[in-house]
Design a protein around this ligand. Structure first.
Ligand code: NAG
Ligand code: NAG
Length: 194
């Protein structure tokens, strides 16, 4: 009886631990067999085009920033373009520009100031969709973000879930830039996928 009780106690502790760790959203849970099957059927699959539109909330100030600097070169502080600075972000993606607009996912990745002469970021991030039509799927962006330009075109180089083998183009436009550096950026994305 004591043994059963301790097993039950152990199980409930394990369940509590599992429940407190949020479910990972990065992938639709499919094993390698399902992925193999998907590729087997690919020759009959029709390519489709999907357009996405959302806002990206880059919060660098305050008590709970979603973008944090992680490293920089000694020379970064003397650079007019912050060359050499790296940051990690987990920015909220929403349907509209308002702060209370519906969350559809997160932009998670690393960005770095990669130009000696202009404000330009190397963007390497995943759009992780957690809500709505594309929940459980991701798109990967790898591009050059010249942040002072009105429009910045960046490649979408892949995806997962419904966006397997996706490729496309993201266009970013700054919607709001506040004095403390927080930014709301509008993203339009067009992708081809199956
Ligand atoms: C960077 O600055 C620190 C402190 O001044 C110094 O110890 C270090 O050698 C410098 N690193 C490089 C790569 O110059
Ligand atoms: C968001 O907040 C504004 C006021 O700050 C309010 O007028 C609006 O209805 C809210 N929208 C939603 C979707 O909750």
């Amino acid at each position: 009886m004591g043994k059963i009780n301790s097993i039950l106690l152990f199980c409930s502790i394990a369940i509590v631990i599992l429940l407190t760790i949020p479910v990972a959203h990065c992938n639709i849970a499919q094993g390698p067999k399902a992925v193999d099957n998907w590729f087997q059927k690919l020759s009959h699959a029709k390519q489709k085009m999907t357009k996405l539109h959302f806002y990206f909330h880059d919060i660098v100030s305050g008590r709970s920033p979603t973008a944090v600097p992680i490293a920089q070169a000694n020379s970064t502080s003397h650079s007019p373009t912050a060359f050499g600075q790296l940051a990690v972000l987990d920015d909220r993606l929403t349907t509209g520009p308002e702060i209370n607009s519906t969350t559809i996912g997160r932009a998670q990745g690393i960005v770095g100031a990669a130009s000696l002469e202009e404000f330009s970021l190397l963007m390497s991030l995943n759009f992780v969709f957690t809500n709505g039509k594309y929940s459980g799927s991701t798109l990967s962006l790898l591009g050059c973000n010249t942040i002072l330009n009105e429009f910045r075109e960046m490649p979408i180089v892949g995806g997962s879930g419904v966006f397997r083998l996706a490729r496309g183009v993201a266009t970013a436009k700054t919607h709001t830039l506040s004095k403390n550096g927080d930014a709301i950026v509008e993203y339009n994305i067009v992708v081809l996928h199956y």
